[in-house]
Design a protein around this ligand. Structure first.
Ligand code: BG6
Length: 488
């Protein structure tokens, strides 16, 4: 493990769901595995929240949650060492005077790397930044991390960026998309740009279509109010799905420097063919789950979940056909799909290569191969589907898989995305974070869809919880004579 500089990490939303479920466990793992790092004694994590509570009470709460989320990896000794780094400050983010106590704590070692992690509602980002600036807490070595969703549309995203940009320089702003921290996404970059094999095939000449699926079995998980105001398009497509599309479709950058990578991703976002009003019905599908069963257990409809207003039209499922207007990808459909309460928890990218121009050998099963599957979740790995001869007398072929399972190959625990991204923030590595113009371009493409849906009086299509979404999603791909891998 590469040593880290000492740091102060100030975690706004320190008692919130993301902090408890992801951020504090990620920091625990990194702390546990950095025992040999001489700077570790100077790590400090300050949870910030509105609630008045003592450090001991905060620690007790964090520990109780960590036992749940870290589960079998919870180690008393490692935890106790980690807990020594933790502190708590009660503060109302909108109240300038409240920042004085924080200023007192930070004044002890002012030259340390300072990370302000804003895991709060985006409506608080501007006040927090302004108050940090006014209290003189933004040093040259400070960074701010902005959690998604960054705005509801282009205008609100721009406003937040303006307000944060008034206090922090662009190279101090880390707009996080945790999908970019997933090990397989990193591996996809390595696969594309560390091998000669795929690059000559990676274009319209050989690729027939690309499918990206981010399917979850969970519902809204107690986040009903937030989710109903957000919906799947803003929650998953505007960020995670478009970022994955960028990594698949980008040109090889000259280096992995942040701007070299982000320039190439930006070109992809700008090449996305804008959705015209008449495309919305043909190229997009929105759905909402009704009651059904997941793993044999009944689950309620979206409209019956806590915090969801009667008659809500918020989408819990989206399928889209995106196209890129550039030389490499013209004419290749990119089908994107995401949903809650789907049949399986699955995050995967399927690159379907074109069929051979003339089939010499009969297929024993009628299935096709010529496909690369990049699996992000649940079992991270790569599968290359090839045609091979069926043993025996006859010359018949059927698909077989070359399977690279990362857990099996490396035999180590896979880092959670947040572990990598937090370490990158502390080290000042911006490569895996979104630049302001990328965010603008993503919203610019999403906005006509939001507007089209707003104008459309028909409600989202209903799908049964525990399935692959509404039938219209299969029809979207079917109209091009293709099918989702799961329907094939
Ligand atoms: C978050 C969304 O960004 O990603 C959640 O807000 C979603 O709604 C989550 O559940 C999925 O992340 P992962 O890493 O569990 O696939």
């Amino acid at each position: 493990m590469i040593p880290l500089d000492a740091f102060d990490l100030i975690l706004f939303g320190g008692s919130g769901d993301l902090a408890m479920r992801k951020l504090l466990p990620a920091l625990y793992y990194r702390h546990r595995d950095s025992a040999a790092d001489p700077q570790r004694a100077r790590w400090r994590i300050i949870g910030v929240g509105r609630e008045q509570q003592s450090r001991d009470d905060y620690l007790a709460n964090v520990e109780a949650q960590a036992r749940k989320f870290v589960a079998a990896d919870f180690d008393e000794q490692a935890w106790s060492a980690f807990a020594d780094c933790l502190d708590y400050v009660a503060l109302d983010a909108r109240e300038a005077v409240d920042y004085q106590h924080l200023a007192g704590l930070l004044a002890v070692e002012p030259a340390k790397v300072r990370v302000f992690y804003l895991a709060t509602a985006p409506s608080l980002f501007a006040s927090i930044c302004e108050n940090l600036g006014a209290a003189g807490l933004v040093t040259a070595d400070s960074r701010v991390v902005l959690e998604k969703p960054l705005g509801r549309d282009l205008a609100s995203a721009r406003q937040i960026n303006e307000q944060v940009g008034a206090i922090f320089r662009e190279d101090q702003i880390y707009r996080i998309d945790h999908y970019l921290g997933k090990e397989t996404v990193q591996n996809l970059i390595a696969l594309r740009f560390g091998n000669m094999l795929f690059e000559p095939l990676w274009s319209r000449a050989c690729v027939r279509d690309v499918q990206i699926t981010l399917a979850e079995t969970v519902g809204v998980e107690g986040r009903g109010e937030f989710y109903d105001n957000t919906g799947a398009l803003r929650d998953m497509v505007q960020n995670h799905l478009l970022q994955l599309l960028c990594i698949i479709a980008m040109e090889p950058p000259a280096s992995i420097d942040p701007d070299a990578m982000r320039d190439e991703k930006l070109k992809v976002l700008r090449a996305l063919r804008p959705m015209q009003a008449e495309d919305i019905a043909l190229r997009t599908v929105r759905g909402q789950y009704r009651a059904g069963a997941i793993d044999g257990k009944p689950v309620p409809a979206y409209l019956e979940e806590a915090g969801i207003p009667a008659g809500s039209r918020t989408e819990t499922f989206v399928a889209l056909k995106a196209e890129l207007d550039n030389w490499r990808w013209a004419g290749v459909p990119f089908y994107l799909r995401t949903g809650k309460r789907m049949q399986e928890r699955l995050a995967e990218i399927v690159v379907n290569f074109r069929d051979v121009p003339h089939a010499l050998f009969p297929s024993a099963t009628g299935e096709r191969a010529n496909r690369l599957v990049i699996r992000l979740q649940p079992d991270e790995g790569l599968e290359l589907h090839l045609m091979a001869k069926v043993p025996g007398d006859e010359m018949r072929v059927r698909p077989v898989k070359l399977n690279l399972d990362f857990a099996e190959t490396y035999g180590t625990r896979q880092w959670d995305a947040y572990e990598r991204l937090l370490m990158d923030v502390i080290r000042g590595k911006l490569t895996l974070f979104m630049r302001r113009d990328e965010l603008d371009a993503a919203w610019r493409w999403i906005e006509p869809i939001l507007e089209g849906w707003e104008r459309d009086p028909t409600p989202p299509r209903s799908y049964t919880a525990g399935t692959w979404g509404p039938a219209a999603s299969s029809a979207l791909v079917g109209r091009d004579g293709l099918s989702w891998l799961q329907d094939a």
